[in-house]
Ligand binder design. Structure first.
Ligand SMILES: NC(=O)C1=CN([C@@H]2O[C@H](COP(=O)(O)OP(=O)(O)OC[C@H]3O[C@@H](n4cnc5c(N)ncnc54)[C@H](OP(=O)(O)O)[C@@H]3O)[C@@H](O)[C@H]2O)C=CC1
Ligand SMILES: O=C(O)C1=NCCCC1
Length: 369
């Protein structure tokens, strides 16, 4: 019997709360899910005859924004077809899902997260709702993982390839130590097989939050058997100085990072989004860098006012590693790259499915025939 056909119990969607999501999601599995999402979107962008049959596909319209008095509701539907749940597995699955997420920036004053969401996972054969997954932590890990994947494919892999011992170490700058800044810092230290983290420099508008993140990263240092140093910086300039990789994750509507703060060769993950997509980096940064995006469909709408050299989707860079074709899309060896992260539904689709499948495996295996 196929899943979700049979008893009433099987027809009822499962609810996977925040605590369970934290137990179920792991950085390495999330990475594979995000790579599948990136690749699916870029495979779909090709002409139908030019798509790779061994790679996933997707259907993902630009998301919609509904403005309310205190914030905004984003509706993010998407489908990813024939994606792999785990690296190396022959098994493929297809997932239809929709994330509903709100961004209410003044929530901190009442002790709530500014971003709150759920992913609704549907059967892609019957359309029946199978699971509701709380998506605050999910959004944190999927957004940080998207930056990790972009950093790896655009910056670290080429660096590893030219390093004599194939090893790279980085100085990391985190501009904005809210939830996303924290998830990104933790993501980098938990996935040091990509690059050893030597130093972490933190800046936050409210310094106490950077100091809190420093404490957490010192705990992480013990857990991960690392030996990086952590500094809280008084200025953004000091935070960015000598960094190889930078994450900007603020709600700033004004530029924070200027070209003069940066090394010649640097990779930036510009994550702060929502109402001001590309406000965190000054125009002189955009004048001198190559920009990579998660999806053209969203960029055409949400980055319409960005004046820069947009090279393409990260997924296309990943696809070309296994299917070399045409000129390289990689950043210039001594240039600056920016991953302009909008966030896209396909990421929530593959990560939402991963959580649901892991939940079934761990808690409800007998429900599956
Ligand atoms: N690309 C993507 O996929 C996603 C992007 N985002 C975006 O990431 C950003 C951070 O989200 P999140 O961490 O969840 O939010 P939080 O509310 O947890 O953190 C917000 C951060 O932004 C800082 N900040 C706000 N306004 C300013 C300002 N004017 N100047 C400098 N710093 C400022 C805050 O500093 P302080 O502590 O002083 O208040 C805090 O560090 C948001 O813009 C959000 O829309 C979120 C999810 C996904
Ligand atoms: O992709 C997301 O999820 C979000 N992007 C912009 C801000 C809200 C959440």
């Amino acid at each position: 019997m196929s899943r979700n056909v049979g008893t009433n119990k099987r027809l009822r969607p499962v609810f996977i709360d925040e605590d369970l999501v934290k137990q179920l999601l792991d950085w390495h599995e999330a990475r594979h899910a995000i790579e599948q999402a990136f690749v699916a979107v870029s495979n779909q962008s090709r002409e139908p005859g030019a798509r790779y049959g061994d790679q996933p596909v997707s259907s993902q319209p630009a998301r919609t924004f509904v403005q309310a008095e205190g914030g905004v509701l984003l509706c993010m539907p998407g489908f990813v077809g024939q994606h792999q749940l785990t690296s190396g597995s022959d098994e493929r699955t297809s997932t239809l899902a929709c994330k509903l997420i709100t961004s209410f920036r003044k929530n901190a004053s009442v002790g709530l997260p500014s971003i709150n969401g759920e992913v609704f996972v549907f059967s892609s054969t019957t359309g029946k709702l199978e699971a509701i997954v709380e998506a605050n932590y999910l959004t944190g890990i999927r957004t940080a993982t998207a930056s990790l994947v972009a950093t790896d494919h655009l910056f670290l892999r080429p660096a590893r390839a030219s390093a004599p011992d194939g090893m790279v170490s980085i100085q990391l700058g985190i501009v904005g130590c809210g939830f996303q800044g924290m998830m990104h810092a933790v993501g980098f230290v938990r996935t040091q097989s990509m690059a050893r983290v030597r130093t972490i420099r933190l800046w936050n508008r409210t310094p106490a939050r950077a100091a809190q993140l420093k404490e957490l990263l010192i705990e992480e240092r013990k857990k991960t058997d690392s030996n990086y140093s952590v500094f809280v910086c008084d200025t953004v300039e000091d935070c960015c100085r000598d960094c190889d990789v930078i994450v900007t994750a603020t709600g700033s509507g004004e530029p924070l990072v200027y070209r003069s703060f940066l090394k010649q060769k640097v990779h930036i993950n510009a994550v702060g989004a929502g109402e001001y997509h590309h406000a965190e980096l000054a125009q002189d940064v955009y004048d001198d860098c190559q920009v990579y995006i998660d999806h053209w469909e969203g960029a055409r709408k949400e980055l319409a006012t960005l004046r820069s050299n947009i090279v393409g989707e990260v997924g296309e860079v990943i696809l070309r590693e296994s299917h070399p074709k045409g000129a390289s899309l990689l950043p210039k060896p001594d240039g600056m790259s920016v991953f302009q992260s909008l966030g896209m539904a396909s990421e929530d689709v593959t990560v939402g499915r991963l959580v649901y499948e892991k939940h079934l495996k761990a808690h409800d295996r007998s429900d599956r025939d």
